[in-house]
Design a protein around this ligand. Structure first.
Ligand code: FAD
Ligand code: NAD
Length: 401
């Protein structure tokens, strides 16, 4: 056919929502829509720490793409992107090649180790479904093994989490919930396993509201989490972090949650990068391009008032989809493009299943069970947008406290 072809790369928050919105905003004969993703499922990245701690089932955190996107309307290609060739308007996939008229790059983040010695080799990452479920398998194996050892090593039960940003804090919250259960399951003294979060800055969650940070810290400490603040990780060994002046903190499971960057496909494709991501125009077009949009964790979108980019969140990735799909429609119809405007709905972080903290509606602070309920509402809202009430019933979070 001669229809223009729109190719969306990545079925995360930004890619799924852009694809869905394009199917609503465009008539079927206006353009062909192709969605490319590594797997035949979409996963909720914001739930991966729960998969990693074993507090939810892996399948709750993923949705078959063809269950929420009509394959008769959108061509679904399950393959890995290798490189974008801008000059030829082609995308090289592992098993084939695609040409495009309009391209949406929504390939998400990659864990950033900042080149810390031994981190790639020795630490686990909360990056996708496969890397996250491997963490829980590893933790459970350490517990299952313990009573079978002739000379068991208590440190093998401990879990080290490097980086006290939101990912690290939400993860230790889930661990505080599940480690006591693992102790019961494997007949282990609950005083033996340690959950240790290591943060380089003077405090965990650097830059976040101090009162809320103090609340989170106390809540987690009360449930046995240890914090090592002002401890910069210089190296990761097989069984330890080396911090500050050579002190070793040991554990049988080591997880790095110390930072993220844009997908490395951007670099391979020759985009100009700032700290691993493309600083996009207000229209979300890549600079100097008129048919390539870059969304979500691959993009820096400038907050002009603050003079710095917005933080990479699912909340903003979803909102990018609205602007991007409107702008593709505008390009197809020769209409003016719109600029992205961020609507900040707040930040809520879970601290296990029945506690949370955060801000909503500008500056209103939430704690405890109210915040935990709000967090479930936020999580379920994405399912509603993606697949309607049916999907909430199937995969939603309802557990009472
Ligand atoms: P992603 O959601 O990362 O999706 C990218 C997609 O691209 C994936 O489906 C992946 O499989 C696919 N892909 C990657 N590489 C390839 C390839 N080469 N070929 C084909 N497909 C590929 N943000 C919030 O706003 N609120 C939260 O509560 C929150 N909690 C979080 C909790 C955790 C544990 C983590 C890790 C992050 C959290 N974030 C949260 C941040 C948020 O998850 C990200 O900002 C968001 O996922 C970015 O969305 P995205 O669409 O850009 O990419
Ligand atoms: P991050 O970059 O926000 O946090 C990483 C942390 O690791 C920082 O506190 C940093 O000081 C620390 N760190 C870095 N190098 C270190 C070292 N060598 N030694 C010790 N500590 C070190 O990364 P993240 O937590 O993965 O978050 C990524 C994005 O996802 C952010 O935008 C975040 O807001 C978002 N997110 C949001 C939520 C939520 O809203 N509930 C949850 C998770 C993630």
């Amino acid at each position: 056919t001669n229809k223009p072809r729109i190719v969306v790369l990545g079925a995360g928050y930004a890619g799924m929502m852009t694809t869905k919105q394009l199917t609503k905003k465009l008539s079927p004969d206006e353009a062909e829509i192709v969605l490319v993703n590594k797997h035949n499922y979409h996963y909720q990245t914001t739930w991966l720490h729960e998969v990693a701690a074993g507090t939810i089932n892996t399948n709750q955190a993923r949705v078959m793409i063809s269950d929420v996107i009509d394959p008769n309307r959108v061509r679904l290609v399950y393959d890995s992107v290798v490189k974008v060739n801008k000059d030829e308007q082609k995308v090289k996939l592992e098993n084939s090649e695609l040409t495009y008229d309009y391209l949406v790059i929504a390939l998400g983040f990659e864990t950033n180790t900042f080149g810390i010695k031994g981190m790639e080799e020795n630490a686990f990452f909360i990056q996708d479904i496969d890397s996250s479920r491997q963490i829980f398998e590893h933790i459970e194996y350490q517990f299952a093994k313990y009573n079978n050892e002739e000379d068991p090593n208590e440190e093998s039960l401990s879990i080290l989490v490097g980086g006290g940003g939101f990912t690290g804090i939400e993860f230790v919250g889930e661990l505080a919930e599940n480690v006591p259960k693992l102790c019961r399951k494997y007949d282990i003294d609950p005083n033996l396993p340690k959950i240790i979060n290591v943060e380089a800055a003077p405090s965990i969650l650097p830059g976040f509201d101090e009162e809320l940070v103090a609340y989170a810290k106390k809540s987690l400490e009360d449930r046995g989490v240890e914090f090592r603040e002002g401890a910069k990780i210089a190296e990761c060994k097989e069984d330890a972090f080396v911090v500050n002046e050579g002190e070793e903190i040991k554990a049988g499971t080591i997880v790095w949650t110390g930072g993220v960057t844009g997908n490395s496909i951007l670099k391979k494709s020759g985009f100009e990068l700032t700290k691993g991501k493309v600083t996009v125009e207000d229209t979300l077009l890549a600079p100097a391009e008129d048919n390539i949009f870059i969304l979500g964790d691959c993009a820096w979108v400038m907050d002009k008032e603050a003079g710095r980019p917005y933080p990479p969140t699912a909340q903003s990735a979803m909102q990018h989809a609205g602007t991007c799909s409107n702008n593709i429609k505008a390009l197809l119809r020769n209409e003016p493009l719109e600029e992205f405007v961020f609507d900040n709905k707040g930040t809520v972080a879970s601290l296990g299943k029945s506690d949370a903290m955060g801000t909503v509606f500008e500056d209103k602070k939430l704690y405890g069970k109210t915040a935990a309920s709000m967090k479930k509402v936020i999580d379920n809202r994405w399912l509603l947008l993606l697949g309607g009430p049916k999907l909430i019933l199937k995969k939603g979070k309802f557990r009472p406290f």
